[in-house]
Design a protein around this ligand. Structure first.
Ligand code: MG
Length: 220
């Protein structure tokens, strides 16, 4: 359905697209997320003075109450060295595994809608990854974890702050993320949310999903 047909039918039309970054704007097959997950566990083990195995177990339990590891470390473990954490988890050069993606660039340009990013990663990581993909200039806004006061998705405020800054609302902003609980958080706000489940990791997820980003045009 074209935009004008949708409006005639009384449907709420999508006026903005809000993307997650990691494993959403690049393939989960790159392995970058696994790389920084390993560094998160290594930092946590060093910070708490425990083994990596214990750090992994504690974090798996703690993360259920928070959106991101840094929120858990700040909230439950007294972390204050936030820049140190981000530098350890996201060192320069981590983006080397990400290939440029001219096809994605063409696709995003073809959408004729304003695009923004909402990520639980820090800005320096986001900037490096976008530059490597070759799409830095395509986004009107980048909402990173520090921008959200290190309190990220799926907290409702992480979404509503971003939407307010965009001058948009959940019902007319399509949000795409590879993490089911982040998409669910957005759906709970009455938002239009899509899961990018590239590798079929979430067979029981009950809401709309795509494998590749070009499939999102079905939801505009
Ligand atoms: Mg992600």
């Amino acid at each position: 359905m074209r935009n004008d047909e949708g409006q005639a039918a009384g449907r709420v039309m999508i006026r903005y697209i809000l993307f997650d970054l990691d494993n959403t704007l690049y393939s989960a097959k790159t392995g970058m997320e696994e790389d920084f997950q390993r560094r998160i566990i290594a930092f946590t083990a060093r910070f708490l003075g425990i083994t990596p195995e214990d750090a992994l177990a504690q974090r798996q339990e703690g993360i259920t109450r928070y959106g991101a590891t840094i929120e858990w470390l700040i909230g439950d473990k007294g972390l204050t060295a936030i820049d140190e954490y981000y530098a350890a988890v996201h060192p320069e050069g981590e983006e080397d595994v990400i290939p440029p993606d001219p096809q994605l660039r063409l696709f995003l340009e073809s959408l004729s809608l304003p695009l923004a990013i909402l990520t639980n990663s820090p800005r320096e990581h986001t900037d490096r990854v976008l530059k490597k993909i070759g799409i830095t200039d395509l986004f009107t806004h980048i909402f990173d974890m520090r921008w959200n006061g290190n309190q990220g998705k799926p907290l409702p405020a992480a979404f509503t702050r971003a939407l307010d800054a965009l001058g948009s609302d959940a019902g007319s902003t399509l949000f795409i993320d590879d993490a089911p609980r982040y998409v669910q958080g957005y759906l709970n706000l009455g938002g239009k949310g899509l899961l990018r489940d590239e590798l079929g990791r979430h067979p029981d997820y009950p809401h709309p999903r795509i494998r590749e980003l070009p499939e999102l045009i079905r939801y505009l």
